[in-house]
Design a protein around this ligand. Sequence first.
Ligand code: FES
Length: 385
Amino acid sequence: MIFKRSEIPGEDIRRAMEMTAKRRQLIDESPADPIVYEYGVNRLAKDLHPGTVRAKITAREACGADCCRITLESLAENGRFPYFRAGQFVTLSCRAGDSYLSRPYSVVSSPEDALEGKLEIMVQRKGIFSKYLIEQAADGSEVMVGEPSGDFHFDDIRDGSHILAIAGGSGVTPFLSMMKAICEGSEDFRLTLIYGARTRAHVPFDPADFADDRIRIEIILSEEEAEGFRHGFITADLLKDCMDDDTSVFMCGPDAMYRFVRKELESLTFDSSHIRQERNSVGDREVAEKKTFRLTVHIRDEVCTVEAGNDETIVTALERAGIAAPVRCRNGVCGFCHSRVISGEYYVAAENDFRRAADRKFGYIHPCSTYPESDMEIDIPAVTV
Ligand code: FES
């Protein structure tokens, strides 16, 4: 309401009194509903960053000779999983007996599926948690699903308009999600997939599911010759045939594949700044003499002790003892498990040491990539679910 001063004496008082009546009338006409304090933008932020989402296993289907596709249904209030970029991973966790298990898995399904409350991962029959999910967890079992993470996804500012995706084993997972997203229209780039497998039986997907002009798939079998498939290894000639002037290379698979393909790319003088590779989880290390140490672990005001081998990461030892440590990438990169060493010696392999200089100086570690070298006392953050 705009109140402009009047030149007529007494007029302003009369109008002010009218204004009071008008205000009363507006208040009386207003609904008595309480004021809404949750705004759309807050809801969106909560949907995108829910922390963790409760989910249940609804289906398990064998795919290829040694993989299993697991379907999860969201039990969140909004019935969804958070939206993600095709190529990202989620961390699954649950209690199994006395242990607490967790592991990152790349998502196979598409971002659109997440909004429908469905998330699919592909699991290889390897490692405690993966075997638990395939062999022991029943349909209907509950797991916690962490927020989508990682930067192994297409970025039109950083990457070429054509992605040459090179994968081996279950490393094809992020590319299956990308191809599905391209077919559905939530991603728009050209992708050529070169997938290396031992035999046809080891191929865990059907190329016919990704019929789109922007997608080309080349499957190369190392131990079998079959019609419609290439035979041999991923050579410089094949890479050259699959590239154009605006190509970025994405790789996901075993370390041996990375080393082999990088050499072939070097022979093509391909600019290494356009190569991106997904990092594998830090696993057990080979030691000359196996030793067991005592970890004293502080979590807020609680203290417990755990046995840890010098060949296993601190996170592995904690989870084996049933302690939920905060974990996401399990390869030392994200810093989510950032913890303080109070005393003790430890080892971090140089290639997995992504700590800031200040963390190194003041004794902070990433327990997912750190091995004990003596009895240790550490302070880890509590997991908030
Ligand atoms: S979980 Fe990412 S650094 Fe440890």
